[in-house]
Write a protein of this length. Structure first.
Length: 272
């Protein structure tokens, strides 16, 4: 009964307010205000959501970067559909024969070893298979300094250059050109380029690597097709530097073990 009386009085008061000037606006404003206050009061009754914190360690980020890099190259260079795996490679007997023949005849190259293996054992083998076998399984015994080291000590003006690829933290491909003194094993400098390497980019990387250094008379490089650009050849002619090529089909002829220290230096310094 009390609630009915209060409701009746509230209706009469609202009717009187509506009859006055600006009554409709005041009633609507009061209703909106009361509704807003009710929402604020009911908001505190709801349970607050659970807070969850995510902590990432540096090792987790490095592992994620390596996984994304492998997936990137798998998507770029792998076939779109699954195919049957290829051959298992040469047998162990063939590998032992190639390694033993190279050990007994150090002066023989890959084409001659392939020819002798084919004549002796009637096995179809080419120089590329021999080269891959020697690069993995053959480790020659040290018999003194190499001819590049001897020439470097004689002239005291021999540099070695090598070009390799690395990945940045944002999965961008960068090419790094390393120039090293063959006599002192001192790194002359680095040249970094992002993107496709052509003749102009290779010359620019070389000039960045030798900036502020006295030029050498000889430069040792491998048989990479990038060194065949006419801009690269013309640049060496202008600088009066004689390019010395390594022994073909011999994986260990170029001093890559010296340049491996430069790669380790780049990996430790965090260079992109």
């Amino acid at each position: 009964m009390r609630d009915v009386v209060i409701l009746f009085v509230h209706v009469i008061v609202n009717l009187l307010r509506l009859a006055g000037p600006g009554g409709l606006r005041s009633v609507v404003a009061e209703s909106v205000l009361v509704k807003h206050q009710l929402r604020i009061l009911n908001r505190g009754r709801k349970r607050a959501p659970n807070l969850r914190a995510v902590v990432l360690k540096p090792s987790t980020l490095l592992h994620l970067h390596s996984v994304l890099r492998r997936r990137k190259y798998r998507m770029l260079f792998s076939p779109k559909r699954g195919r049957r795996p290829g051959p298992n490679g040469p047998k162990k007997e063939l590998i032992d024969a190639v390694v033993e023949m190279k050990r007994r005849n150090p002066s023989w190259g890959c084409p001659r070893i392939a020819q002798q293996i084919a004549l002796a054992f009637a096995v179809e083998i080419d120089k590329d298979i021999v080269r891959r076998i020697l690069s993995v399984h053959y480790r020659p015994e040290s018999a003194g300094p190499s001819w590049l080291t001897f020439l470097g000590h004689t002239k005291d003006s021999l540099w070695s250059c090598d070009l390799f690829r690395c990945e940045s933290a944002t999965l961008r491909t960068h090419w790094v050109l390393v120039v090293m003194d063959q006599c002192t094993r001192r790194v002359i400098g680095f040249g970094v380029h992002s993107g496709i390497v052509d003749g102009v980019a290779l010359c620019r990387m070389f000039h960045r690597a030798i900036r502020g250094q006295r030029l050498a008379k000889y430069l040792s490089s491998d048989h990479d097709p990038l060194y065949r650009f006419h801009q690269w050849q013309a640049n060496l002619r202008v600088l009066a530097v004689t390019e010395i090529k390594t022994v073909p089909y011999a994986p260990l002829s170029h001093p890559r073990r010296c340049l491996a220290s430069a790669v380790n230096f780049l990996s430790g310094s965090g260079m992109p």
